[in-house]
Design a protein around this ligand. Structure first.
Ligand SMILES: *[C@@H]1O[C@H](CO)[C@@H](O)[C@H](O)[C@H]1NC(C)=O
Ligand SMILES: *[C@@H]1O[C@H](CO)[C@@H](O)[C@H](O)[C@H]1NC(C)=O
Length: 221
């Protein structure tokens, strides 16, 4: 299990390092070339995720003012996994069952900023899940679909094929503080070897925040 996840994240990293660095041309407002809506500073979203046929339901709690982001992941007929990310670079990935598993990772980057889609390339309009969407891609890493009418996200897909369908999008909804406390067994030992690898790679990568997402996502399997 450990070797599988490690090689997954490693190949993600290798690919990322080959990506050309970000050069966003001057962003002049243009009705023919719409830009993605920034994320609301706080929201709750239920996502149906699919990685090569492995399905999960994710509760995403994005909380920028408090510098935190939470993915609560229900695997299909399986365990619930918690991926709690702080803007200081620390991520806690744990279960709350009798296994008491926790991994602590340290990244050079914080959580996604509300404007993390700035500089994405507009690809035009396309129907997704029955909604007419504007579509963008960013650094050949993520494809992002936003409803033309409501400007809400509908779908996104990473270059690995890992995709998410947005089922709910509740702007302003915040998870109570008590739920943002990682369990006590997270504070006993940290996985130092792997963390320092990820940290040093994060320095070099063109789009660290997206990479943090991808790494934590790949560690979920
Ligand atoms: C999940 O993704 C795979 C492609 O990776 C696709 O064949 C399959 O139909 C998808 N499943 C669902 C439920 O969307
Ligand atoms: C980051 O913040 C979290 C939550 O306050 C804390 O548990 C963690 O130790 C912090 N990490 C660092 C490297 O300071």
């Amino acid at each position: 299990m450990a070797s599988t996840t490690q090689s997954t994240s490693f190949s993600l990293l290798s690919l990322l390092l080959l990506l050309p660095s970000l050069s966003s041309p001057s962003p002049t407002p243009n009705p023919q070339n719409p830009t993605p809506s920034p994320w609301p500073s706080q929201f709750h979203s239920v996502l149906f995720m699919n990685q090569s046929g492995t399905l999960q339901k994710t509760d995403l709690w994005y909380d920028w003012p408090n510098g935190r982001n939470f993915n609560i992941i229900q695997t299909q007929l399986g365990t619930i996994k918690y991926d709690l990310e702080w803007n200081n670079g620390t991520s806690y990935i744990y279960t709350l069952d009798s296994d008491k598993k926790c991994r602590v990772l340290h990244f050079e980057v914080g959580i996604l900023r509300p404007n993390w889609l700035d500089g994405a390339n507009y690809l035009g309009q396309k129907y997704m899940d029955g909604f007419l969407c504007n579509v963008w891609e960013k650094v050949d890493f993520i494809w992002y679909y936003e409803d033309v009418d409501t400007k809400r996200p509908v779908f996104w897909e990473f270059y690995t094929g890992f995709s998410g369908h947005v089922m709910t999008f509740e702007v302003g909804k915040v998870l109570e503080d008590a739920n943002w406390q990682a369990p006590v067994y997270c504070f006993k030992e940290a996985d130092k070897g792997e963390s320092s690898l990820i940290e040093s790679m994060a320095d070099l990568a063109p789009s660290g925040r997206l990479m943090r997402e991808a790494i934590t996502t790949s560690l979920m399997y």
